[in-house]
Design a protein around this ligand. Structure first.
Ligand code: FMN
Length: 221
């Protein structure tokens, strides 16, 4: 099976989506990398290029992060380019892998519902959506930590090559926490009071010289 991966991260090549794609491909490739190709959809030029491949009939996996509880704007734009593809559905397998900074899967469920409908419109062999929460910081984590979390993606990739499907049991395993409740939630609230979870984001704001804009409300006026 030939596979096309679309990486829908606004960060492009250096992204958590890229790392997730790599682990999926480790399972999929099985010693034959020529059978897969990754496209980025960061710019309109990229999207137009990617669109040509979308119509070639290869199996497709679209990987992107959760942005403001939905997909990044450029992914939505790419989806709109795909409208003509809905008119001539093919039998090629098509699935999505969505991941989020937050560790709870519940944040991605609305988007998953959207993709369940969209996927069926795009292909008569929609294979499902993998929700993979807690991807924030993958790029800066030690490989050992990421590897442990991503093993499941390699298993999903392997199963995909063998059967052309996303195995429902493995999709379930990709989620560690659906929603924090009870004692764990209480503990989390206590940790949040220390402000320790802001460390990473503060670092990002500083790096991008955007600290002074962190309370901006551009849509409020
Ligand atoms: C502008 C922006 C909005 C985001 N919105 C959410 C969100 O609503 N929920 C969430 O869990 N993570 C959110 N995140 C975190 C990303 O999903 C997370 O950092 C992801 O790993 C980024 O993947 P990438 O490197 O492939 O772009 C957001 C990140 C950014 C930069």
């Amino acid at each position: 099976m030939r596979l096309t991966i679309f990486n829908g991260s606004p960060r492009g090549k250096k992204s958590n989506s890229g790392i997730i794609a790599d682990y999926f491909l480790r399972g999929f490739i099985d010693g034959n990398e020529k059978r897969s190709k990754t496209y980025f959809i960061k710019t309109i030029k990229d999207q137009k290029e990617a669109l040509k491949t979308f119509n070639e009939g290869n199996a497709v996996v679209i990987i992107f992060p959760l942005y403001a509880d939905m997909m990044p704007g450029m992914v939505k734009e790419f989806f709109e380019w795909l409208e003509p593809a809905m008119k001539k559905k093919t039998k090629r397998p098509l699935g999505f892998i969505i991941h989020s900074g937050l560790p709870e899967a519940v944040h991605s469920r609305l988007l998953e519902k959207y993709l369940d409908r969209f996927g069926v419109k795009l292909s008569s062999k929609y294979v499902g959506t993998v929700v993979f929460p807690g991807s924030e910081g993958f790029m800066i984590m030690p490989v050992g930590m990421v590897k442990r979390r991503c093993k499941i993606l390699t298993a999903i990739g392997k199963e995909f090559t063998a059967t052309g499907k996303f195995e429902p049991l493995l999709i379930k395993k990709a989620v560690k926490v659906e929603k924090y409740t009870g004692f764990k939630l209480l503990l989390l609230k206590m940790v949040m009071k220390t402000g320790i979870q802001d460390f990473y984001w503060r670092g990002m704001l500083k790096k991008n010289k955007a600290m002074k804009n962190s309370y901006d409300r551009p849509f409020a006026e």
